[in-house]
Ligand binder design. Structure first.
Ligand code: SF4
Length: 592
């Protein structure tokens, strides 16, 4: 039976002829039935495999009433805090509260609690005792072990321990959650389910740490000596591929065991997943509430693959999606374009055809499952890197499809690309510039200073400038005037104010006014967060760590030198250093 939206009320469950749901998926986001929204993706996947799934989106957490309203789930509660980490959703880098929640109707604030996984798990327990609770989604995944929390400025226990849940699914969760559902359905007690790749469990009620588990430094040890945080990070990183060993960590009290990640979905499974009947709409109950803003930028975008082998140290995708690239078939992508073209709300633009890094489509390396390198590109591109042939062939199929349409839609690549990788194929750059860029291409040099770029695990600036020249040439050859939109990060570990100043000099010299400046946020499990906490580089050498609001503001102001409001901050830093010429140039540019 085709279900338009998964049921969200007791009435809808009854209308479907169900006695009860097998699984109730609780999410801190509004319910949007789109493959970019994890709750919808997992809900549809489990439904496709024969389970009855209901969605409890943004329940009132002040009591357990909303958790009782649909009756207890037969198998388990699946609890997620939504598409992004709830800290990032609620707070900006310097700890101030955000003014909008794009994942809530009309961007309204206050519809999710602080740390939703912990709060929802407690309410689910109150609503019906004895029903297993499984955590999943990005926040659960990245907070699977002891982690740094930038709002409390403390090392927190695994969210699995704090939420007292039964299991935690980490990484892309389809295969793990399906296996959990099947085992519980077959009558296995949840306390016996300890061997599924991509899951973590608490060592209680008879559970033991596996003999082959790697023991990680405990929370107590990490609290007593923060320099050990880098040892911890590297030890876990070593085991974080599907071929790794389980790891165990003392959380005080008790231990957490984290199994290695699940292998990525096969192409056939990915094709099946993205062919499920997503409506690409928010639930109708939000129509009168102003809709859900997060849907708009992705409503007609297509995910071509999963995984990223870039290994940028400030990004935690390595620990969530993994380094192995899993790609959909071109046929599956064309089928999705067909369904988008028939969508009643489609207005002729496919916003994005990409993935975590657009030009990694089809680049599956046979050695990836056992390879221990975090990045295939840093410190230099690996000789075994696959070519751009698959992504070029896929984009050409997309062009053929577009040219066969009566009204030719615009199709863009809006996901980021790795420019050092792109430089390996001028054909790719030409194709991209000619057909898939709408005037501006986002690109992430992130900095210009070699030492900072090394800490970020990014290519040096000469590589960026080489890409810039190629892109310009390709755009000119295509008869298009197009520009790069560079992204930069301020206050990254390793970046001193002097290095921020060098970047400012470069920006001023080029009269670049970057709008896309991100103040470094130490997100859980990212390598750069381990640098931030430990004060050490991955080679365990002491490095400069920008900390405190004053310094973070200064580095941000230096990169946004063109904003008049920043002049006082910049001047207070540059004047005593005798940088009057640079200051005068900044003043002049601010006035133009
Ligand atoms: S062998 Fe090279 S290309 Fe393959 S996964 Fe390892 S680093 Fe990447």
């Amino acid at each position: 039976m085709k279900i338009q939206f998964l049921p969200t009320t007791r009435k809808e469950i009854t209308a479907l002829g169900w006695q009860q749901a097998d699984i109730i998926l609780v999410t801190a986001d509004a319910y949007v039935d789109h493959p970019s929204f994890g709750a919808a993706l997992i809900g549809r996947w489990l439904t496709h495999h024969g389970f009855k799934v209901a969605i409890l989106a943004q329940p009132d957490w002040h009591s357990a009433d909303d958790f009782r309203a649909m009756g207890p789930p037969r198998l388990f509660w699946a609890v997620t805090s939504g598409c992004i980490d709830s800290r990032l959703n609620m707070y900006a880098s310097m700890g101030s509260k955000r003014r909008e929640d794009a994942y809530s109707p009309a961007g309204k604030l206050g519809l999710r609690p602080d740390r939703p996984l912990i709060v929802y798990a407690e309410r689910a327990r109150q609503a019906c005792k004895g029903v297993p609770i499984v955590l999943g989604g990005l926040e659960a995944s990245l907070r699977r072990l002891v982690h740094y929390d930038y709002i409390t400025d403390k090392l927190q226990r695994s969210v699995l321990a704090d939420a007292k849940a039964d299991l935690l699914v980490h990484g892309m969760g389809e295969s793990a959650i399906l296996e959990i559902a099947r085992r519980l359905d077959a009558g296995a007690p949840v306390n016996d389910i300890h061997d599924i790749p991509g899951t973590a469990y608490r060592v209680i009620k008879g559970a033991t740490v596996p003999d082959d588990a790697v023991q990680l430094p405990s929370r107590e040890e990490l609290q007593a000596d923060n320099t050990k945080f880098m040892d911890f990070q590297l030890a876990y990183q070593d085991q974080s591929s599907p071929a790794g060993r389980p790891v165990a960590q003392d959380q005080g009290p008790g231990q957490i065991v984290v199994n290695p990640p699940a292998a990525p979905l096969s192409q056939q499974d990915l094709d099946t997943l993205y062919a499920l009947p997503f409506t690409r709409m928010w639930h109708p109950k939000y129509d009168t509430l102003g809709g859900v803003p997060a849907l708009k930028p992705v409503q007609f975008s297509i995910t071509t693959h999963r995984g990223c082998f870039g290994g940028c140290s400030f990004c935690a995708i390595y620990f969530h999606q993994g380094k192995q690239i899993a790609s959909r078939s071109p046929e599956s992508i064309i089928d999705e374009l067909d369904s988008i073209a028939q969508h009643p709300q489609f207005r002729g633009t496919v916003e994005d055809i990409g993935g975590p890094t657009a030009n990694m489509y089809g680049m599956a390396c046979a050695a990836a499952p056992t390879c221990k390198r975090m990045s295939c590109l840093f410190p230099s591109p690996c000789a075994k890197l696959p070519s751009h042939d698959a992504v070029i062939a896929m984009l050409n199929r997309v062009l053929q499809w577009r040219n066969a349409q009566k009204k030719k839609p615009h199709i863009f690549v809006a996901s980021g690309i790795r420019h050092d990788l792109a430089l390996q194929s001028k054909d790719y750059i030409r194709l991209l510039a000619k057909h898939f860029v709408g005037g501006h291409l986002k690109i992430a040099p992130e900095h210009i200073c070699p030492h900072v770029l090394d800490m970020m695990q990014k290519p040096h600036n000469d590589t960026f400038e080489a890409f810039e020249a190629e892109f310009e040439k390709a755009s000119k050859a295509a008869g298009k005037q197009q520009y790069l939109v560079p992204y930069f990060i301020s206050a990254h570990p390793g970046s001193s104010p002097q290095e921020a100043e060098k970047l400012t000099e470069y920006l001023v010299k080029r009269n670049w006014r970057p709008r896309q400046v991100q103040d470094f946020v130490p997100v859980p499990l990212a390598l750069a967060t381990a640098m931030y906490v430990s004060g050490r580089s991955p080679k365990k050498k002491a490095i400069y760590i920008p900390k405190g609001r004053g310094e973070k503001r200064l580095q941000m102001a230096l990169l946004q030198y063109y904003d008049k409001r920043n002049f006082k901050t910049i001047s207070q830093y540059l004047s005593p250093r005798g940088k009057h010429k640079l200051l005068a140039q900044i003043r002049k540019l601010q006035l133009t």
